[in-house]
Design a protein around this ligand. Structure first.
Ligand SMILES: [Zn+2]
Length: 184
């Protein structure tokens, strides 16, 4: 434990396997591809966590690198989304006018996007567009597992637009639903 000479802002790491290193050199756009990495990336070293990384999120994140061969497609947009919610709430309290519009704009950006628009940048820029454009890449993205597991166990989740459940929409759409149901 301890920072072990890690760069500032690094929370943890697992040493890359030979195939990871090969891909970094010869397939620098691997993350942009829709082809997923193999589950067995051959990583074998310890999970390293800096002081910043000593919490459940980073343990899960690094464990999926270590044991499942995940990559860092986009990092999660969760923190910035929660900040945006808190910022909007503070603004709404002071300036109620426009609150509904701010809410709609905020939630409108939290919607699935075409996976073809995924940029693969994952740098310090806005993570949100790529987070919603991962498509199947989410299955091999380290932060997807961290966010899913923590939210499933009670972490605060970014809000998304409420939608009517599919079954209710179908039921209220007309007689077809009622007839189908009445035959059971
Ligand atoms: Zn990572």
């Amino acid at each position: 434990m301890g920072d072990g000479g890690a760069d500032p802002g690094v929370a943890g790491w697992v040493a890359p396997s030979a195939s990871d290193l090969y891909n970094r050199v010869f397939h620098p756009n691997q993350r942009k591809s829709r082809g997923l990495p193999t589950m067995d990336a051959g990583r074998s070293g310890p999970i390293n966590l800096t002081d910043e990384g000593q919490n459940a999120w980073y343990i899960i994140h690094e464990a999926t690198h270590r044991f499942a061969g995940t990559l860092d497609y986009p990092y999660s947009a969760r923190d910035m989304e929660l900040q945006e919610e808190d910022g909007n709430a503070a603004t709404d309290a002071l300036v109620p006018e426009g609150a509904a519009e701010r809410e709609a704009t905020m939630l409108g950006k939290r919607a699935l996007r075409d996976p073809a628009t995924y940029s693969g940048a994952n740098d310090g820029s806005n993570r949100q567009p790529d987070w919603y454009a991962m498509g199947r890449r989410a299955l091999m993205n380290a932060d997807s597992y961290a966010q899913f597991i923590l939210i499933a166990t009670g972490y605060r989740a970014p809000r998304v637009r409420r939608r009517r459940p599919v079954t209710v929409a179908w039921w209220t759409a007309g007689g077809a639903g009622r007839r189908a149901r009445s035959r059971r």
